[in-house]
Design a protein around this ligand. Structure first.
Ligand SMILES: [Zn+2]
Ligand SMILES: [Zn+2]
Length: 385
């Protein structure tokens, strides 16, 4: 497939300065970042493409090569260990690049020691895998440890991951004679250019497998699964993700395994809705309690609590239970629980009650006020709309 031009992807001119490139990329990254587009593979693809373009154009050396030779130059020129040919530029590469320059891509960097630039580049690496796990608000509030079964490629037991049949051994690659790379001469408008590229027969290893392991057909890995323990800290939100290193697919022939990217989803709660780190619920009270006042029980994420309802409480009134919301991720403290009162009206009442209510209806105390601006403004303030 023809690759799109990097300048075109970022929407900048070929004479764009470093700052232009950075800000163009930042805009695209903020728009397409997986955190903002959970489950949207198109956005993920755009995020990867923009990051790849940015990685090349921000680096004067890579940019120069790209300007001269296009994508082919980057794919083959030696010394671009950074993204070894770009073939393996995957989501985690993109997320790391974004984090390195803009920070805050993943909330878990500090937990997993994946700070800027700390992850060495890997060749022959297994693919990253991505899973989603659903969490209840209670699990999010308390933090939770989950063990999930992940289907992934694992090292082949028969050959120990080497891909070589038992009793056999590797032999020198006939194409590169063991060098692992080949020299090619190509003609460009600048003249002839000599390029050193990894040997495609042995994939740069210098050796090939003459007699392949029958369990894995020489790949060194087979389909399998692993139980992965995932420790979710309190306070995560839907769309947040964490990276579990080395739990992606095993790499062919004893390379480094990929990572497992765990994306969180939030289950709907039957009582609470979440707004940032606050939780909100509606509490029905009787109109006698609203009128006379009293103590009622309200649910929280940590069990029931009782609150005092003052006499004359109007529907829509909000009570705040400080610190009863979701913990703030990584910074201590918690959000609040907001309890909004509504007055429950019985659909039918017994005859004796009806008689009582008729008497009350005649009383002046039960005449509602006339509609007025101030009354509704007050309601509006309470509802925050
Ligand atoms: Zn094998
Ligand atoms: Zn070779």
């Amino acid at each position: 497939m023809e690759k799109r031009d990097y300048y075109e992807i970022l929407g900048v001119g070929r004479d764009a300065g470093e700052d232009d490139i950075k800000s163009a990329y930042r805009k695209l990254a903020m728009k397409y970042h997986p955190d903002r587009n959970p489950g949207n593979s198109e956005a993920e693809e755009s995020f990867k493409k923009a990051t790849e373009a940015y990685e090349v154009l921000k680096d004067p050396r890579k940019r120069q090569t790209y300007d001269q030779f296009g994508h082919a130059g980057l794919g083959q020129a030696a010394g671009f260990g950074g993204f070894g040919g770009f073939g393996g530029f995957d989501l985690s590469d993109a997320l790391r690049a974004f984090m390195r320059d803009f920070g805050g891509g993943s909330i878990f960097d500090d937990l997993f020691g994946m700070g800027p630039g700390s992850t060495p580049r890997r060749r022959n690496r297994g693919e990253d895998l991505r899973i989603r796990i659903s969490l209840s608000l209670e699990e999010i509030a308390a933090g939770v440890e989950k063990t999930v079964k992940v289907r992934r490629m694992v090292g082949c037991d028969t050959c120990g991951g080497s891909g070589v049949a038992v009793g056999s051994s590797k032999k020198t690659c006939p194409q590169c004679k063991g060098a692992g790379q080949v020299r090619t001469i190509s003609r460009t408008f600048l003249g002839t250019v000599q390029q050193v590229t990894p040997c495609n027969m042995c994939r740069g290893a210098g050796e090939i497998i003459a007699d392949a392991c029958r369990s894995c057909n020489g790949d060194g890995r087979v389909g399998g699964s692993s139980d992965v323990k995932i420790k979710v800290p309190p306070g995560v939100a839907g769309g947040n993700y964490m990276t579990v290193e080395n739990m992606g697919n095993a790499a062919p022939n004893k390379g480094e395994p990929g990572d497992l990217i765990v994306v969180f989803e939030e289950k709907n709660h039957e009582i609470f809705s979440r707004h940032g780190d606050h939780v909100i619920c509606e509490l029905p009270i009787s109109f006698t309690t609203a009128t006379l006042g009293g103590t009622v029980s309200v649910p929280t994420l940590n069990g029931d609590e009782s609150i005092k309802i003052p006499a004359g409480t109007q529907p829509g009134k909000v009570f705040k239970l400080r610190g009863k919301g979701i913990p703030h991720l990584h910074r201590g403290g918690r959000g609040d629980e907001l309890v909004q009162i509504f007055v429950w009206v019985p659909a039918s009442v017994e005859a004796s009650d009806r008689e009582l209510l008729r008497r009350l209806a005649r009383s002046d105390s039960f005449k509602p006020p006339k509609p007025s601006k101030s009354f509704f403004e007050k309601l509006r303030e309470t509802f925050g709309v």
